[in-house]
Design a binder for this molecule. Structure first.
Ligand code: C2E
Ligand code: CA
Ligand code: CA
Length: 406
């Protein structure tokens, strides 16, 4: 594994090298060093223009003379080096580290994490081990493509354009992989990828939500039939609250569930106060539950009467919204909300999933609070279907030793 270590202190570079070797003696490391940002930029440039093996990780200190960590980030964001995983290390306070993390993410760099000194290399190693080698999310352009608009959303909705990614959920206590959430993207030839935040509102507005969910369901089920091993993991599909208003759709899902009884299908329902409280949608939820289709209450905590709903509908799991989870370790209010949600869910015998787990520190805190399942970038970003089996095999190989190092 080729690693570029950038730090102005030689002893820090030495420590990093020897800790990597200690943590992963089975890995053959090829360390390269730079004592300032400018030298690192030169090395990155030279490497990307030559036939040398690619650098697989950059570890960069933030504060250095002759080109600091930000200069490296800027360079990487505008060159071919942008896909190289980068770990930032610094002795700055947590808020500064967060800011640097946000800047790096806004450049869409492959950020392993921002780590505080003194450095615990096992944190970095755990992060790269989970991410390593798989370009999991396609390079999705932020811009809404002109082609995806209200006028032609109908013609864009077909199997060819639908592109599914799968994000893993793990059992927090054991580290075991328990299932995947299906996250949709539209891939328009020549126009790149489009995120659901952009196209779902268009689909809903055009009344195409049931047609779309059926497409997603069928494509995800086909993926799950490709490999026997996938059937041991649950498959969660997002449904829109409007889907519940169609009897035809509910019957369709029940029928699919029956004919694919070897697949652990689950539906994630985003809370929408008005819709879920309607008699028709309550009946639809009941019908799905009676037919053994578990339902997860998504984005829990975002709207008011969530707690009432937990009382009246036997959801199988609730997903605490990522807004409360991602900064749980530094935001006491969010920690209180998550803590009471977990306590309530435990009393009601409902599983709790925390989504938006981005750091080891948050994962550890959730573990302490007794949360059951975690999902988020720390474990993995959504993974393209074609990389899924490779990711699972790698994860299953590594999770035990990673967990020991937690
Ligand atoms: P969601 O169901 O709450 O899904 C989680 C979103 O958070 C996903 O965004 C996921 O990529 C992102 N995410 C995952 N881990 C992390 C993390 O650690 N940190 C942060 N900041 N974000 C994380 P995505 O894929 O853009 O989906 C956005 C929303 O679109 C979803 O939110 C879901 O409500 C909806 N959606 C996605 N696919 C479908 C679909 O097939 N059907 C329907 N009806 N809705 C969908
Ligand atoms: Ca969801
Ligand atoms: Ca959510």
């Amino acid at each position: 594994m080729k690693i570029l270590i950038v730090d102005d202190q030689a002893f820090v570079r030495e420590t990093i090298k020897s800790e990597f070797i200690q943590i992963a003696p089975e890995v053959s490391f090829d360390f390269h060093e730079a004592d300032c940002g400018n030298k690192a930029i030169e090395m990155l440039e030279h490497n990307s223009l030559s036939d040398l093996p690619t650098i697989e990780l950059v570890i960069a200190d933030l504060k250095m003379e002759n080109g600091d960590g930000l200069a490296i980030i800027n360079h990487m964001a505008t060159t071919r080096s942008r896909e190289i995983p980068i770990a930032i290390v610094s002795s700055s306070d947590k808020r500064t580290l967060e800011l640097i993390g946000n800047i790096t993410n806004s450049f869409s760099l492959n950020l392993v994490g921002v780590f505080q000194k003194p450095l615990d290399i096992s944190d970095i190693y755990a992060s790269i081990a989970a991410k390593k080698a798989f370009p999991q999310e396609p390079d999705i352009s932020e811009e809404i493509t002109p082609i995806c608009n209200e006028a032609n959303i109908t013609s864009l909705l077909n199997e060819e354009n639908l592109f599914l990614c799968y994000q893993p959920k793990i059992n927090i206590k054991t580290g075991e992989l328990v299932g995947f959430e299906v996250l949709s993207r539209l891939c328009i030839q020549g126009d790149g990828f489009i995120y659901p935040d952009k196209f779902i509102p268009l689909i809903e507005k055009a009344g195409l939500n049931c047609q779309f969910t059926k497409l997603v369901l069928n494509q995800a089920l086909s993926q799950w039939h490709l490999f026997e091993k996938l059937k041991s993991y649950s498959l969660s599909i997002n449904i829109s609250a409007n889907d519940l208003l169609s009897d035809d759709f509910i019957n369709y899902v029940i029928d699919k569930h029956l004919t694919n009884s070897d697949i652990k299908l689950m539906l994630e329902l985003t809370e929408s106060q008005q819709t879920i409280n309607q008699d028709r949608s309550l009946q639809a939820i009941a019908k799905l539950i009676i037919n053994d289709i578990p339902i997860s209450l998504d984005d829990f905590g975002k709207s008011y009467s969530t707690f009432d709903r937990l009382d009246s509908i036997p959801f199988d799991e609730i997903k605490i919204d990522k807004d409360f989870v991602s900064d749980l370790d530094v935001n006491l209010q969010h920690q209180a909300i998550v803590e009471s949600t977990i306590a309530l869910a435990r009393k009601l015998n409902v599983k709790v999933v925390a989504e938006g787990v981005e750091t080891l520190s948050v994962l550890k805190r959730l573990q302490m609070l007794g949360c059951h399942i975690a999902q988020g970038y720390f474990i993995s970003p959504p993974i393209e279907g074609r990389y899924l089996m490779a990711w699972i095999n790698e994860y299953n190989l590594q999770h035990e030793c990673q967990y020991v190092s937690c």
